[in-house]
Design a protein. Structure first.
Length: 413
């Protein structure tokens, strides 16, 4: 029987191709995509003179014995282009997928608890200390596997290259802050991530070195699957931001921000109050992650005291959006409640990774805003930017309900 015909598609929006909530070993949506869409796989005859962006991938299947290795390209595309989402905003979805599938994922079987027993991991750490693309030579263990990988959390990548030997043929130029964190074997991993964030190291670079087991106390360092690293770094950085936000003066007006990115429509409402955060998203039928016959909405939120559990409905997008919102509050030196509304239309054709949310929210917060007198007039602006009815968003929003039903102390003065 066809896998697609027996799949409960209502789970797909929560699973987002990575949690296997349907009980299958692989995602039927991704299998369907690979059959329906044809993107040319680069022809590769050998990897004797590969060109390596300082990138790295750690799988999760079989944990703690997983596949890991550096990402390579033979097209000599600069790392700032092929591996930095900040520079993809002017590209089409198809352009991004086509570019990224030229990136080979090398792999070697590694025990995540003892990564430095592998010479390949030691060499990868040398590559990851900097951002310069470095020439390497690779000895293949098996033939290249022509498989394209797509995932809602990670950016796409192309064929798999099982390797048994990696040789670096030129020197990397280390980033000072990364080198400092790497050689500080007494620094906790969370403290190292926060240090790198304060040193303005980009999120993508932090994710890569976190995943490669380059941060933390020496005996505690281990590889972290890439999909987990992305959420972990967004969570660590935004949590630190939240603590800094909480000591700021409250915003004195309602601000509304909007953005549309690859068919992802965002409205972000900041409310004059102490910190809390909520994200609600609606996946239209026909959007990549929702092949069902109905639109599906999900939401997660946190009060002033924060979350005690993983945001299991919105998943990684929640933490990426929270990071963008808290970055804005720190720039403005104001705290507020934040409601992030996201509609995903059928224009969003491919799962491109959580970076889409991070970039879209940051973009919205940099585009300027309009103001409103109260929460209802703020929500009235929503209907000009989102397709779903206004009452739907009000019904879904925990923070809207709390603002309408709870009396603030200053209303008595």
């Amino acid at each position: 029987m066809d896998e697609m015909s027996t799949t409960n598609f209502d789970l797909c929006v929560m699973c987002k191709t990575s949690r296997m909530l349907c009980g299958r070993r692989s995602c039927p949506l991704l299998q369907k995509w690979s059959k329906e869409y044809s993107i040319e796989t680069p022809r590769i005859t050998n990897l004797d003179e590969s060109f390596s962006p300082p990138s790295f991938f750690v799988g999760w299947s079989g944990y703690p014995a997983i596949n890991a290795g550096p990402m390579l390209t033979v097209d000599r595309i600069a790392s700032d282009i092929i591996d930095n989402p900040d520079n993809w905003v002017t590209k089409t979805q198809e352009d991004i997928v086509r570019m990224r599938v030229s990136l080979l994922r090398t792999r070697s079987r590694i025990d995540v608890r003892n990564p430095l027993e592998s010479d390949i991991i030691q060499k990868s750490h040398e590559l990851l200390l900097g951002k310069k693309s470095v020439d390497v030579e690779v000895e293949l263990e098996k033939n290249i596997i022509p498989r394209i990988s797509l995932d809602e959390r990670m950016a796409p990548h192309g064929p798999i290259a099982p390797i048994k030997k990696l040789t670096i043929t030129e020197n990397q130029q280390p980033i000072n802050a990364v080198e400092t964190a790497y050689y500080d074997s007494d620094l906790l991993a969370t403290d190292a991530v926060n240090y790198l964030g304060k040193e303005q190291v980009d999120v993508g670079s932090i994710i890569r070195i976190f995943s490669a087991g380059m941060l933390g106390r020496s005996k505690a360092r281990k590889l972290v699957p890439t999909r987990w690293s992305i959420t972990a770094v967004d969570d660590i950085l935004s949590k630190q931001n939240v603590e800094r936000v909480k000591v700021l003066q409250e915003l004195n007006e309602f601000r509304i921000f909007t953005n549309n990115f690859f068919g992802n429509r965002f409205v972000i409402i900041l409310l004059p109050d102490v910190w809390s955060f909520e994200m609600i998203e609606t996946w239209f039928r026909g959007a990549f992650m929702n092949p069902s016959s109905k639109d599906i909405g999900l939401g997660d939120w946190e009060p002033y005291g924060g979350r005690t559990e993983y945001a299991s409905n919105i998943t990684g997008a929640y933490y990426a959006a929270r990071l963008g919102v808290t970055e804005y509050m720190l720039r403005e030196q104001r705290q507020a409640q934040a409601i992030v509304l996201r509609e995903i239309s059928d224009e969003y054709r491919f799962p491109l990774g959580v970076w889409v949310i991070r970039i879209a929210v940051r973009g919205a917060m940099k585009k300027g805003y309009v103001t409103a007198d109260n929460i209802d007039s703020a929500f009235d602006i929503v209907k000009n930017h989102l397709q779903y009815p206004l009452e739907y968003w009000k019904y879904r929003s925990k923070l809207y309900d709390l603002n309408k039903t709870q009396t603030k102390l200053n209303s008595f003065f």
